[in-house]
Design a protein around this ligand. Structure first.
Ligand SMILES: [Zn+2]
Length: 447
């Protein structure tokens, strides 16, 4: 199978938003917090009572009591809810109340074996704990600006609303965002993320909505038949082409950036050297060590700058390959090039290629190095390979002009498309054979 699929499941994360201070709202939230705290402890006590009852029942009748027969509820938490509804947390919205009871009962059930062994004691909830708010209770999320959102929270029961002279239990709140939480709220609004059951809690006198959300990370299908070719070069650090879309092209980065930076730094280096030449002994300061240090620092700066750029460019390239579904990235094998003066430049390309390689492999993309010979001289349209007489087919650095089919195209794009071809080395070899035969044939007739 050529198709490869990265398996990704749904993820749940939480993020907190401060609920903007408002005297009445904070009072209300404090009241709910208090009621829920009492409710959870009461629910725990009732669970304990039920357990004791069922033990004595089983001792007496030889079997555990059936909660459904006795109370009409399968869920013991449902039953406890019914018992508690009459007297506790009556003003709290039903979903918050029921969820809180269920949490307490479930915790008790979970803890029971350990409680029986005497390892832990029965949970007691604290006054300052958080309380649940279900996804359905959070509605009308609206962006006011990137730092402020508004929402309606269903917090009070009809009775609770009436007590407070409110029309209903829907409370308008303002949410303050920070640390990029606005991006998540935007995605919740757009539907890209789904709101999940959340909580409201208090930290240092501030109430927070602890938003839980789920999302499915982008599904990536990588096809090994889809190849991205990466051509590294002077003017444009990297040019991209693919083997399945003849219109696709991407220029990554700007070579001028590095050249400018280098020139700037080299000029500074020169100034330091000049000042060294002209400065008298007294003004040189701490001598040669300090001055060499300054020059070293400059070389380090260039290297750092290139490294940062190479990281950015490689990340962009690999993201682009993922977006295009390319299961393979092909690049020139630069290890054979060792001409003088080009060494440093080659080293920069080599680093870029290295970064591309490990980032690609992290995404499950295969990296293949191809022989760079003739990848710039081959016409990607007709396949003709130009040998010698560069002035004709490469009139300038940017242009490739095929002398066989007259095709004109950006030279880097032409190279990138050749590099993106499967089995390009063999294709070039075969084409050279054909051209050789053809020229011999022509020669024979010329003679
Ligand atoms: Zn051509």
């Amino acid at each position: 199978m050529a198709k490869k699929e990265n398996k990704i499941k749904t993820m749940t994360k939480t993020m907190r938003c401060e609920i903007k201070y408002n005297k009445e709202i904070y009072k209300l939230l404090g009241d709910i917090q208090y009621e829920v705290y009492l409710l959870k402890n009461k629910a725990t006590t009732l669970s304990y009572d039920w357990q004791n009852f069922s033990f004595s029942y089983s001792e007496r009748f030889g079997q555990y009591p059936n909660s459904k027969e006795l109370t009409g509820q399968v869920w013991i938490s449902g039953d406890i809810n019914n018992v508690l509804k009459e007297e506790h947390a009556k003003s709290v919205y039903s979903m918050t109340r029921e969820t809180a009871v269920k949490e307490a009962v479930d915790k008790f059930k979970n803890d029971t074996p350990e409680i029986m062994k005497g390892n832990i004691s029965i949970a007691r909830y604290k006054r300052d704990g958080s309380f649940p708010i279900r996804a359905k209770q959070i509605t009308n999320l609206i962006k006011q600006n990137s730092k402020l959102y508004t929402s309606k929270l269903a917090l009070l029961s009809r009775e609770g609303a009436k007590e407070r002279g409110l029309k209903n239990g829907q409370i308008d709140v303002e949410l303050k965002t920070g640390n990029g939480s606005n991006v998540i709220l935007d995605r919740l609004i757009s539907g890209e993320y789904k709101l999940s059951d959340s909580k409201i809690g208090k930290v240092k006198n501030k109430f927070y909505l602890l938003v839980a959300y789920t999302f499915t990370p982008e599904k990536v299908e990588l096809d090994e038949n889809k190849v991205m070719g990466v051509d590294v070069g002077v003017n444009v650090p990297a040019t991209l082409g693919v083997n399945f879309d003849k219109y696709y092209r991407q220029f990554v980065g700007n070579g001028k950036e590095i050249a400018d930076f280098e020139n700037q730094v080299v000029a500074r280096k020169k100034r330091i050297q000049e000042s060294r030449k002209w400065a008298g002994k007294g003004s040189v300061g701490h001598g040669i060590k300090t001055r060499t240090k300054a020059v070293d620092k400059i070389s380090g700066k260039i290297a750092n700058f290139k490294q940062t750029k190479n990281h950015n460019w490689s990340r962009y390239i690999v993201d682009e390959a993922v977006k295009m579904g390319c299961g393979v990235i092909q690049m020139e094998d630069l290890s054979g090039i060792s001409e003088e003066n080009t060494f440093l430049k080659t080293w920069t390309y080599y680093q870029l290629q290295q970064y591309i390689t490990y980032k690609a492999e992290e995404k499950g993309i295969k990296v293949i190095k191809v022989d760079p010979k003739y990848t710039s001289a081959r016409c990607n349209k007709c396949g003709h390979i130009h040998i010698g007489n560069k002035d004709n087919w490469r009139p300038n650095q940017e242009t490739f002009h095929c002398q066989n089919c007259n095709h004109k195209v950006n030279a880097d794009v032409n190279a990138a498309r050749n590099i993106a071809m499967k089995d390009i080395e063999n294709i070039i070899k075969q084409q050279l054979k054909v051209q050789e035969k053809h020229s011999k044939h022509a020669m024979k007739y010329l003679v």
